[in-house]
Design a protein around this ligand. Structure first.
Ligand code: SAM
Ligand code: DTB
Ligand code: SF4
Length: 323
């Protein structure tokens, strides 16, 4: 892996430059992205992560896109933390189906110590199964990040979601700097970072540029960058947001690939609403990771067979662990 490293990994993008990158003729943009993709990755491999919601609903935060916030009537009921047996059974299924990473999400603002202890045990069983582990539990103190690292955690997912400016319009219960502080704690503990956001929340092109450059100007790029297309859920304030133009979405993927050449760019939520052709364009633009499994956290993801068939038609193979 990473045999042909491109020489240039930058951390000094400007807003103007990012906007210009996004506005290039589509063919030029996708061509550059594919060229850079080939310098850093096998273009015919995709990394597969499977998600499990270990703590559903009842979240005190007010993220305007999220069906799990206790503030919105979305039909998602608050549940208790999953048991270790449930985790083992879901993770074995995921492994048998070819996923290399198992990602566990909890609808918390920040974990309590008792809950963190349970998650530590879950991470240990995933490790024993020889899979990569990822969790997303909300804010973390540096001590909490260290506890997760000691358990053997590989990745922590914590999204910045959008530009610093637009963030204030979608969440009021926490601020952007708190997100960045958690990301620093994760980095410092030596855990790989999974950080991205959502397109299609009514954000402007400037916000999209601001989102990408915040990620690309981090001292180290996140190893994984999930780009989600908003999944509209009835009852959430963003249910009526104007959908993102699919071509614009592909442009974001291409720009992310160019700006973070060695990161895995994950074509994340929203694939159920994308055509096969749009997904193929995303792969061409440099996406090389997906969520694989019939459910995301509370909403639907494509059926396994559907994904298998599409990857087969494109000649794309799942990447094995550490490949
Ligand atoms: N509660 C934790 C947190 O917010 O950090 C972890 C779980 S949270 C559901 C993980 C991420 O899922 C969010 O940061 C957001 O980017 C994404 N997400 C949530 N609802 C979504 C939706 N309706 N469409 C697309 N992405 C969504
Ligand atoms: C991420 O960026 N997307 C995933 C994962 N990280 C945790 C979550 C998507 C959630 C989509 C809405 C739902 O299913 O509730
Ligand atoms: Fe809670 Fe995370 Fe949903 Fe925000 S995105 S409401 S923090 S579960």
């Amino acid at each position: 892996m990473h045999m042909f490293k491109s020489p240039l990994v930058r951390h000094d993008w400007t807003s103007k430059e990012t906007l210009n990158l996004l506005r290039q003729p589509f063919n030029d943009l996708v061509h550059s992205a594919q060229r850079i993709h080939r310098q850093n990755f096998d273009p015919n491999k995709v990394q597969l992560s499977t998600l499990m919601n270990i703590k559903t609903g009842g979240c005190p935060e007010d993220c305007a896109y999220c069906p799990q916030s206790a503030r919105y009537q979305t039909g998602v009921r608050a549940e208790k933390l999953a048991t270790i047996e449930e985790v083992v059974s879901q993770a074995s299924l995921a492994k048998n189906k070819g996923a290399s990473r198992f990602c566990m999400g909890a609808a918390w603002r920040q974990p309590k110590q008792k809950d963190l202890d349970s998650v530590v045990s879950m991470i240990k069983v995933i490790k024993d199964m020889n899979m990569e582990s990822c969790v997303t539990l909300g804010m973390l103190s540096s001590d909490q990040a260290r506890q997760l690292k000691d358990a053997g955690l590989d990745y922590y997912n914590h999204n910045i979601d959008s530009s610093p400016e637009y963030y204030t319009k979608i969440i009021s219960t926490r601020d952007y700097n708190e997100r960045l502080a958690t990301l620093d704690n994760v980095r410092e503990a030596g855990i790989s970072v999974c950080c991205g956001g959502i397109i299609g929340m009514g954000e402007s092109s400037e916000d999209r540029a601001g989102f990408l450059l915040t990620l690309a100007n981090m001292p180290s790029h996140p190893e994984s960058v999930p780009i989600n297309m908003l999944v509209k859920v009835e009852g959430t304030p963003l249910n009526d947001a104007e959908a993102a133009d699919p071509i614009e979405f592909v442009r974001i993927i291409a720009a992310a690939r160019i700006m973070m050449p060695r990161s895995y760019i994950r074509l994340s939520a929203g694939r159920n609403d994308m055509s096969d052709e749009m997904q193929a364009l995303c792969y061409l633009a440099g996406a090389n990771s997906i969520f694989y499994g019939e459910k995301l956290l509370t909403t639907d993801n494509p059926q396994l067979n559907q994904d298998r068939q599409l990857l087969e038609r494109l000649g794309i193979k799942p990447s094995k662990l550490n490949q």
